[in-house]
Ligand binder design. Structure first.
Ligand code: MTE
Ligand code: MO
Length: 415
């Protein structure tokens, strides 16, 4: 090879190596932050810092475009260096594909308000899928390529036979080399550690486990008598929920029965109200169809909720004029949220008891959950069992951890 070409290779090799290094560190950061963000144990540790982490994740994710674009400028030259190394060509393809998937779906999630739920729903699925497939691939790739796994001088001896063995190690190497052994050990380690959660994720996304029918079958709720659906509720006037709920909870799913469940309206009211289930299930209910939008990017459409309008309960209790805030408590003992007195006047806010003509399954917050159709659903407290009227403000669970106090959906935002 003439010296000029060697020099070109060296120069471009340096650039490629530095692109690769930058890219690798960004991916490491994105992977770590991306895994921490939805991870329950970190919620308490990070507090409001979680929102910072989210913005860093978005920022670094966008910055990932730089090494990718820079690489694409050099890709032609790199490609010619990879002549006769199909395995590495494939690797380039796969890695670029994974990063394109992450970046594009990430941009949609970042701008989910602008794109709207019909984009952000699939984007979230794609972002997840690429993480589950891409991350193990990239970790495997980087582990099996670190220097200590390489046989000495492999790189420097560049004859074609060697190059081919790198692509398909079976051909000339003995079956149990140290490298092959370590590779299989790493592969096995992945299978054991990531495998179960991967399979769980896969089966839940394939079976669309957030499907209302299935959740009802798996676990309705155990309170008796079961509420009897109104005519509009069964069959549901909304035609049945469309989409899958992601089951969110900050505690283990609480379980209720007739003896440990009650519902209270108290605080600054003229009359404290308290019902057990047998009484509560007799309260007059109405039916309403609404969409459900989580601020992390997924939505479920056309839910037919049947329940008691919030306003009806507040009127029955008689709100005192000193009350400024309606505070909602979850029976999980942890989650709360609030509405201003003024927001609480919205007629479509519902203390829901049924979804699509069935008792709300406990995974979705049954026996009773709040539904605030015009706001992001972190307002819709699951396992609702107490409403308190208070004079001061109240910062809800997620709001204390950085979510916007303003939870209005873009389409319904009021001044
Ligand atoms: N008690 C309780 N209520 C909750 C939550 C929670 O973690 N605990 N998560 C909120 C958020 S962020 C969303 S998007 C919805 C999710 O409802 P789902 O789990 O029924 O899909 O519930 C809201 N209400
Ligand atoms: Mo949410």
């Amino acid at each position: 090879m003439d010296t000029w070409l060697k020099r070109v290779r060296k120069g471009i090799g340096k650039k490629l190596a530095s692109i690769h290094r930058w890219n690798a560190w960004m991916i490491v950061f994105l992977a770590v932050s991306g895994l921490i963000l939805p991870w329950g144990a970190w919620r308490e540790i990070l507090g409001a810092g979680r929102v910072w982490l989210k913005w860093l994740h978005v920022g670094v994710g966008l910055a990932l475009l730089l090494p990718v674009l820079y690489y694409l400028l050099l890709a032609g030259k790199h490609w010619s260096l990879l002549k006769g190394r199909p395995a590495q060509k494939w690797n380039v393809f796969i890695v670029l594909f994974i990063m394109a998937g992450w970046i594009l779906s990430g941009v949609v999630l970042w701008q989910f308000r602008a794109f709207g739920p019909s984009w952000s729903n699939p984007a979230l699925t794609i972002h997840d899928t690429f993480t589950w497939i891409g991350l193990p691939y990239i970790i495997y790739h980087s582990l099996t390529r670190t220097r200590w796994l390489k046989e000495p001088h492999r790189r420097t001896v560049r004859n074609d036979i060697n190059i081919q063995t790198e692509a398909s190690p079976v051909s000339t190497e003995p079956l149990y080399t140290r490298r092959a052994f370590i590779r299989s050990a790493i592969g096995l380690g992945f299978a054991v550690t990531l495998g179960p959660s991967f399979i769980k994720w896969l089966s839940s996304s394939l079976s669309s486990s957030g499907n209302v029918e299935e959740l009802v079958q798996k676990d309705g709720n155990h309170l008796l008598p079961a509420p009897q659906p109104a005519a509009e509720s069964l069959p549901p006037v909304g035609g049945g929920s469309q989409g899958s709920f992601r089951i969110y909870t900050v505690t283990p799913i609480p379980s209720f029965n007739n003896s440990n469940w009650s519902f209270t309206v108290d605080g600054l009211v003229n009359k404290t109200l308290k019902w057990n289930w047998e009484e509560f299930v007799k309260l007059p209910r109405s039916v309403q169809v609404s969409n459900f939008h989580c601020v992390t990017g997924w939505s479920v459409y056309n839910n037919t909720w049947e329940g008691i309008p919030l306003k009806q309960l507040l009127d029955q209790a008689g709100v005192q004029s000193s009350a400024q805030t309606v505070k909602f408590y979850s029976g999980d003992g942890e989650y709360t949220d609030s509405l201003t007195m003024e927001q609480a006047q919205m007629k479509d806010i519902m203390i829901a008891v049924m979804l699509d003509g069935k008792p709300i399954p406990s995974d979705l917050g049954g026996p009773v959950r709040l539904v605030v159709p015009q706001m992001y659903t972190y307002k819709s407290v699951k396992w609702l069992n107490r409403i308190e009227l208070i004079a001061e403000d109240h910062i809800g669970y997620w709001e204390a951890r950085g979510y916007d106090k303003d939870a209005w959906l873009p389409s319904t935002k009021r001044s």
